[in-house]
Write a protein that binds this ligand. Structure first.
Ligand SMILES: Nc1ncnc2c1ncn2[C@@H]1O[C@H](COP(=O)(O)OP(=O)(O)OP(=O)(O)O)[C@@H](O)[C@H]1O
Ligand code: SF4
Ligand SMILES: [Mg+2]
Length: 329
């Protein structure tokens, strides 16, 4: 059984303009110890999928389909069952590290809170205060070990620092340490390096890869950057406007893309050879009234009548699933 099995996921948001059909029929699975990157441009629904896995979508969201984690459907499970898993067996590194931390509290205070609340829906105030008073002695060793695992050289100093005293790269290491301290089997990393410079980005991705191997953890990366996906992920799911485009091993999908959107994305990134970049013209559709059939058809150079009428199923070929009518046999 796969560790995570997402089946035909739909996510919509109710707004005053109508319902935004943001995620439309996404399926993928992640095995134990495996990493998958969700790749797509800004607004394609990546964070919505991560929030659905964490069961933390906002109140105006509607989600349908199945999200099986170790066989339990996180979409239909009780709040209690989900809270036992979230923050403990499924950990999360948020898209914006700075906004995830309160400037008025030290790293140690954040870390203790994270550990006391991991795997619990809520705790009574009395129990929280009691545990919080006892915690520093009991949990200090655990925190230091986790910071060391995230290759932080002076864990004691970092614990007593406030977030604004640390660099972006160090903060990201701290968030990784907090996430892996509970030994999760699945880590959700939403754009873990977008805010960082290229060298720090490489170090952080290297660290995540090492931790994945050492702990036998699975990682779901979210990124708009194909270079990041190539560096870290075993498998890639390319999304276009909430629909699947291509799913397969990173080497196959990026080495010999089949879907016109994947090829377009690859042509739109800068090349060392100096070959000119050719961005895909146009932008994502209005989600209140997305194009019928294949949502990519208004931007696709190969669009046919069928593409406008019918949504392409996943067609298995060349060790991947490609959602495009060009490959219908
Ligand atoms: N609570 C909400 N209510 C209405 N629309 C929303 C809500 N949350 C997200 N959206 C819309 O859903 C779409 C997908 O958003 P999402 O954050 O999932 O995309 P993303 O791929 O993570 O983008 P980015 O790369 O910019 O982080 C966007 O058009 C966004 O404006
Ligand atoms: S299904 Fe049609 S519109 Fe969509 S990517 Fe393939 S050729 Fe282009
Ligand atoms: Mg996002």
């Amino acid at each position: 059984m796969a560790l995570l099995d997402v089946r035909n996921l739909y996510i919509g948001y109710k707004t005053f303009k109508g319902v935004l059909d943001v995620v439309d029929g996404i399926s993928f699975s992640i095995e134990r110890g495996e990493s998958l990157a969700l790749v797509g441009e800004s607004g394609s629904g990546k964070t919505s999928i991560v929030k659905a896995i964490l069961r933390s979508l906002p109140g105006n969201a509607i989600a349908r389909g199945r999200i099986l984690f170790e066989g339990l459907d996180l979409l239909s499970a009780s709040k209690e069952e989900v809270s036992k898993i979230r923050g403990a067996r499924i950990a999360y590194i948020p898209q914006e590290p700075l906004s995830a931390l309160n400037q008025l509290f030290t790293i140690e205070e954040h870390f203790i809170d994270r550990l006391l609340l991991a795997g619990r829906e809520q705790t009574s105030l009395l129990r929280y205060i009691r545990e919080r008073r006892r915690a520093p002695r009991e949990l200090r060793e655990l925190m230091i070990k986790a910071l060391e695992e995230a290759r932080i050289g002076e864990p004691e100093r970092v614990l007593s620092s406030y977030p604004f005293q640390l660099s972006g790269g160090m903060l990201q290491r701290v968030l990784i340490a907090m996430a892996v301290a509970t030994r999760p089997s699945l880590l959700l990393a939403d754009e873990p390096t977008t805010a960082l410079d290229v060298i720090t980005q490489k170090e952080i991705l290297g660290l995540l890869k090492d931790l994945q191997r050492e702990m036998g953890m699975s990682i779901l990366y979210v990124t708009h950057d194909l270079g990041v996906a190539r560096m870290v992920a075993d498998k890639i799911l390319v999304l276009y406007a909430g629909q699947p485009a291509e799913l397969g091993s990173s080497a196959r999908v990026l080495g010999s893309p089949l879907h016109p959107y994947t090829s377009g994305l690859l042509r739109s990134i800068p090349k060392l050879s100096g070959e000119p970049m050719r961005p895909i013209e146009g932008g994502l559709p209005d989600y209140t009234n997305p194009p019928g059939g294949c949502r990519f058809h208004p931007r696709c150079p190969h669009a046919m009548d069928k593409c406008r009428a019918l949504k392409p199923p996943g067609i298995a070929m060349d060790e991947r699933l490609v959602h495009c009518w060009l490959y219908e046999v």
